[in-house]
Design a protein around this ligand. Structure first.
Ligand SMILES: [Zn+2]
Length: 514
C-alpha cells in the first residue's frame, strides 16, 4: 500500500477533528460546515476529505495537523502548540454558549455539576493538557505527627525567582497586560504567552464587582481554579477581599478560595493582577485540627483557634457572615500593624524615609463540615536583613536547590510545587548514590557544574547512604531528603515558631485582637 500524501492525511485529520468536536466539544451539526471551512482555510486546503475515518487519537491528530502547517510554511516550528490551540478554538462553542451551558446545568443540577462540565470541556479541548499534566511527579509525605505534605515536581512550568516576580509587578504595557487579564479569552498567543482560543471562563459578581473564573492550566491539585478580577489591578488584601471570598464559597460551597499575600517573597508569582486560587478542599491544611482555641468577649459567636500546622494560622469559624467579616478584618488590620521584637517580627521598616510594609496575610475561605464559614488566616512577613538576605521567614540559600521561588498560598497550605529541573537532577544524583557516576565533590563544587547547587545535598546523602545504593535505596534517600527540606521550608515560613516562646508570642498577638 502506498503512503498517503501529507495533504490527504491533513484532510483526513480535519475530518477527525470535526468528528471529535461533534462528540466531545459540543460542535452543533449546523456549525459543522462553518467550522470545516475555517479549518480548511487555516491549513490552506482546498477541499474536505469524503471517505471513511479510521480510529484516531486526538493529540496525535493535532500533532500531525500542526506538523503539516510547519511543512507548508504556514507556521514556524515553535508556533505548533499555539496553532493547535487555534484550530481547536475553531470547533469549540463560543464563550457565551459555554456560559449558557454552565448556567443551565447549575440551575438544574447545581454548581458542582456545572464545574464538572467546564472541567471536562477543559480536558477534552486540550486547554488542560492531560498528557502533560500526567508527567508531573507526585507523592505524599506523612510523618503522622505534623500533618501530611504533598510534593509535586512540575514538569510543565519554568521556575520564577522572587526578583523576576518583583519585576513582573513593575512591568506595564503590552496586550493582554498579563496572563490573567480578561482579554486573554481567544487571544492568539505569542512566544512569551500561550494561545487562549480554548479558554472558557465563567463570569459572576463578587461583592458587586465583576469577576470571572477559569481552571488553572497547571492543575496543581484537583479542579484548581483561579478567580480573577475583570480589572487589571494589583493584588491587594482588604476587607472587600474577605467579602468577595464569602460570596465565592456561597456560590461554590465545595471549593475553597484563597488569596496570596500582596507582597513579594511571600506572595504568588503574579502580583500585578488581583486574583484568588481555589478548588477542591484537598490541600493538607484542611485536614488539620486546631491546636488550641480562644474565648473572646468581642467575637462571642466566632470560634477562634490556632491550627496545628507548620506555619502560623489563625482559624476563624462562624455561621454569621457579618460578625465573621468583622473578626477577620480585625485580625488582618491588627497583623498589619503588629510587631514583636522578641520573635523578630517587625511589621514595617523605614527605607529612604518611606514605610516599607512587611507583615501580610494569606486568607483562605471555605465552608467547614458544619456548613459554617471558615477562614484560615496565614500570617506572613517578608522582611530581610543582613543575615537573611532572602527573607527572615523565607528558606535560606541552603534550601534553594529544592525551591527558590516565593513560597505562596499553595505551598503554605502543604502542597509543594517543585521545579521540573529537579526530576532531571535527582536522576543524576541517584547515579552518584548507586555508583554509576563516580562521586567527585571537588568537581561538583565548581560553579559551572550542573549539580553545583546540590553540593550540600549530595554530600549529606553520600554520608548517610554511601555510594553503592540499590536504585530504590537511592530513590528513597533522595525522596526523604526532599521531604525534610519541604518541612524545613514550611517551618521557616512560620512567623511564630512552634516552640514555647513562639507559641506564647502567638497567643499574645491573638489576645491583643480579641
Ligand atoms: Zn491582568
Amino acid at each position: 500500500m502506498s503512503r498517503i500524501s501529507y495533504e490527504e492525511q491533513a484532510k483526513q485529520n480535519v475530518n477527525k477533528l470535526l468528528d471529535y468536536a461533534s462528540r466531545r466539544l459540543y460542535l452543533d451539526d449546523y456549525d459543522r460546515v462553518y467550522a470545516q471551512n475555517a479549518l480548511l482555510d487555516a491549513l490552506k486546503l482546498t477541499e474536505p476529505y469524503d471517505g471513511q475515518l479510521k480510529p484516531y487519537e486526538f493529540y496525535q491528530v493535532m500533532d500531525q495537523l500542526s506538523d503539516y502547517a510547519v511543512r507548508k510554511k504556514i507556521i514556524d516550528e515553535h508556533e505548533k502548540l499555539n496553532f493547535e490551540t487555534k484550530l481547536i478554538g475553531m470547533v469549540m462553542p463560543a464563550p457565551s454558549k459555554v456560559v449558557e451551558m454552565f448556567d443551565d446545568i447549575a440551575a438544574y443540577n447545581g454548581a458542582e455539576a456545572a464545574l464538572n462540565m467546564l472541567f471536562k470541556l477543559g480536558e477534552d479541548s486540550a486547554y488542560l493538557r492531560r498528557p502533560d499534566l500526567d508527567k508531573n511527579i507526585i507523592w505524599e509525605h506523612d510523618d503522622n505527627k505534623r500533618g501530611k505534605i504533598i510534593v509535586t515536581i512540575n514538569l510543565s512550568k519554568p521556575e520564577k525567582t522572587p526578583e523576576q516576580v518583583r519585576l513582573a509587578k513593575l512591568a506595564k504595557g503590552g496586550y493582554p497586560k498579563c496572563m490573567l487579564c480578561a482579554e486573554n479569552l481567544g487571544w492568539a498567543g505569542n512566544a512569551a504567552k500561550p494561545a487562549r482560543q480554548t479558554l472558557r471562563t465563567i463570569p459572576f459578581e463578587l461583592d458587586g464587582e465583576k469577576w470571572f473564573l477559569q481552571f488553572s492550566p497547571y492543575q496543581y491539585f484537583d479542579q484548581h481554579v483561579i478567580a480573577i478580577s475583570n480589572e487589571h489591578r494589583p493584588m491587594c488584601v482588604t476587607e472587600g477581599t474577605f467579602r468577595r471570598m464569602l460570596d465565592f464559597v456561597d456560590m461554590f460551597p465545595h471549593y475553597f478560595i484563597g488569596s496570596n499575600a500582596a507582597l513579594p517573597i511571600v506572595g504568588g508569582s503574579i502580583l500585578a493582577h488581583d486574583h484568588y486560587q481555589g478548588g477542591k478542599k484537598v490541600l493538607p491544611v484542611f485536614g488539620r485540627p486546631e491546636r488550641r482555641t480562644f474565648v473572646s468577649l468581642k467575637y462571642g459567636n466566632i470560634k477562634i483557634s490556632v491550627v496545628d500546622w507548620y506555619n502560623s494560622i489563625v482559624r476563624l469559624e462562624g455561621a454569621d457572615r457579618s460578625s465573621l467579616i468583622k473578626c477577620v478584618n480585625a485580625f488582618a488590620k491588627a497583623w498589619d500593624e503588629y510587631s514583636d521584637q522578641s520573635v523578630d517580627i517587625l511589621c514595617c521598616t523605614q527605607q529612604d524615609g518611606e514605610r516599607v510594609q512587611h507583615n501580610a496575610i494569606t486568607p483562605i475561605a471555605s465552608k467547614n463540615e458544619r456548613g459554617e464559614y471558615q477562614f484560615n488566616l496565614i500570617l506572613r512577613n517578608n522582611r530581610t536583613d543582613e543575615k537573611h538576605p532572602y527573607g527572615i521567614f523565607h528558606p535560606a540559600e541552603e534550601l534553594h536547590n529544592i525551591k527558590q521561588e516565593a513560597i505562596g498560598i499553595i505551598e503554605v497550605m502543604g502542597l509543594f510545587i517543585l521545579p521540573g529541573r529537579l526530576a532531571r537532577e535527582c536522576e543524576q544524583i541517584k547515579d552518584i548514590l548507586t555508583g554509576k557516576t563516580p562521586l567527585d565533590l571537588r568537581s561538583i563544587a565548581g560553579d559551572d557544574h550542573p549539580l553545583h547547587k546540590h553540593l550540600g545535598m549530595i554530600s549529606q546523602l553520600a554520608v548517610d547512604h554511601g555510594t553503592s545504593c540499590t536504585e530504590s535505596q537511592a530513590e528513597n534517600g533522595i525522596t526523604a531528603y526532599i521531604n525534610t527540606a519541604c518541612e524545613r521550608i514550611l517551618d521557616t515560613t512560620a512567623v511564630f515558631k512552634n516552640d514555647e516562646k513562639g507559641q506564647q508570642a502567638f497567643d499574645k498577638f491573638i489576645n491583643s485582637v480579641i
